[in-house]
Design a protein around this ligand. Structure first.
Ligand SMILES: NC(=O)c1ccc[n+]([C@@H]2O[C@H](COP(=O)([O-])OP(=O)(O)OC[C@H]3O[C@@H](n4cnc5c(N)ncnc54)[C@H](OP(=O)(O)O)[C@@H]3O)[C@@H](O)[C@H]2O)c1
Length: 190
């Protein structure tokens, strides 16, 4: 099993959301997320799950993290509620960790859950000033990333977003999974 995290954060403060919303809307960012995650299993917090249109992401299986296992999902066949992340330590398939902040933080601060691969997309633009809600940041995860991960030398710039792939130090990292990600990043936008 390979755990891959993917986020798009704001440069400097590592904000990923304001209230329930991602504060930018960049089609190539959404396309990248869709391409890299389609056909896979994604771990998602309940707030992020509820921010998806119709609470779904087509062609993906979702593990929705929430304390109440009776929480009603929108698609019983493809979405499952889990209330204990420990059970994912022995998960047999690849897992994409896709937020929000509480889920990223849990994965980055728990031994056995730390992703082997981080797809770190950094938005270079300004944040809008008209959104209401508290800012949500992944700065706690960035501290771990900078200490415990190594960035690959190539970076990819598209539509004001710079993407870097980081690999966990001293971990077995699937070269096949890395290759798939880099292949997409090398060709996106062309
Ligand atoms: N820019 C990006 O790439 C990106 C990606 C995803 C999300 N986002 C943004 O991130 C924000 C949402 O993040 P968030 O941290 O507020 O919410 P979240 O992580 O999506 O969901 C939080 C919910 O998950 C539950 N939960 C978390 N950890 C749990 C655990 N270990 N066991 C059981 N339940 C658990 C919490 O339960 P409790 O209620 O018990 O606390 C809470 O209800 C939004 O702004 C969203 O747009 C941005």
């Amino acid at each position: 099993m390979t755990k891959i995290s993917i986020w798009c954060r704001h440069v400097g403060d590592s904000i990923i959301g304001i209230g329930p919303n991602i504060p930018w809307s960049i089609p190539s960012d959404m396309k990248r997320f869709k391409h890299l995650t389609t056909g896979n299993t994604l771990v998602v917090g309940k707030n992020t799950y509820e921010s998806f249109p119709n609470r779904t992401l087509p062609n993906r299986k979702l593990l929705v993290v929430y304390p109440d296992l009776d929480y009603e999902v929108s698609d019983k066949e493809n979405h499952k509620v889990i209330n204990n992340l420990e059970q994912l330590k022995d998960y047999e398939n690849d897992l994409f960790v896709v937020g929000g902040a509480s889920i990223y933080k849990a994965f980055y601060t728990t031994e056995g859950l730390k992703p082997e691969i981080a797809v770190d997309c950094v938005y270079q633009g300004d944040l809008p000033t008209n959104l209401s809600g508290d800012p949500v940041s992944v700065s706690a995860c960035i501290e771990v990333l900078e200490k415990e991960y190594t960035p690959l030398p190539q970076t990819f710039t598209l539509d004001n977003i710079i993407t870097t792939v980081w690999l966990k130090k001293n971990a077995f990292v699937s070269q096949e999974a890395v290759k798939k990600i880099l292949n997409y990043l090398e060709t996106e936008g062309k």
